[in-house]
Unconditional design. Structure first.
Length: 202
């Protein structure tokens, strides 16, 4: 690679609605797709970057998508003490061309997703579920991503919509408010069958 043409890695942090999560934004594409690591073992299996971050005692969760990494810290640490260390680490890792995600991750997740989808979208509720998923993907996902997180539609059953919050939105105090006032309100208006939106823990 010709280093003369490589632009330097820029990195800055953004607050998220979750005080325990911070978004580390780079000027490089890190991963097309979403990757949520809440357990170290899962990170070690699929993401060398996430695994390296879990080596730090203060990292509780890592979420990687597009050009940013959202990191959720352990409660007993302050951002003031660890933010610069994390910034330097991520910047150097990306500059050194460190592997972000292992080959095959997207395919493995796709297989899991397809299996789940086959169960979700069958029967009379299947059509409603499909409509809800499209609404969430179109209107909710982009807004949630701005906050360093992600939302995944899980299931629709008897008027209840089940979703999973990832990244900075997982365990965030304000995500419940977002879920209830924002998402639930929109879905009820657009899909009359919806009665409630429930957050599931993965």
């Amino acid at each position: 690679m010709n280093t003369a043409t490589a632009s330097p890695v820029m990195l800055y942090t953004e607050q998220t609605p979750n005080p325990e999560s911070l978004k580390f934004v780079t000027n490089r594409m890190l991963h097309r797709g979403t990757a949520d690591f809440r357990e170290e073992a899962f990170a070690r299996e699929w993401s060398p970057l996430a695994a390296a971050l879990f080596d730090q005692p203060f990292v509780k969760g890592v979420y990687i998508t597009n050009n940013f990494v959202s990191i959720t810290k352990e409660f007993n640490y302050e951002w003031a003490d660890i933010m610069l260390k994390l910034k330097d680490f991520i910047k150097k890792y990306v500059e050194d061309g460190g592997e972000i995600m292992r080959e095959g991750y997207a395919e493995a997740m796709q297989a899991v997703e397809s299996e789940r989808t086959a169960q979700q979208f069958s029967g009379e509720d299947g059509e409603i579920a499909q409509r809800i998923k499209e609404l969430i993907d179109t209107y909710v996902k982009p807004a949630v991503e701005m906050d360093g997180g992600n939302i995944e539609f899980k299931a629709y059953e008897k008027g209840k919509v089940y979703v999973v919050m990832q990244g900075s939105c997982s365990g965030c105090p304000s995500s419940t408010v977002t879920l209830k006032s924002g998402i639930e309100g929109m879905l009820k208006r657009m899909v009359p069958e919806v009665q409630e939106v429930v957050q599931e823990m993965e």
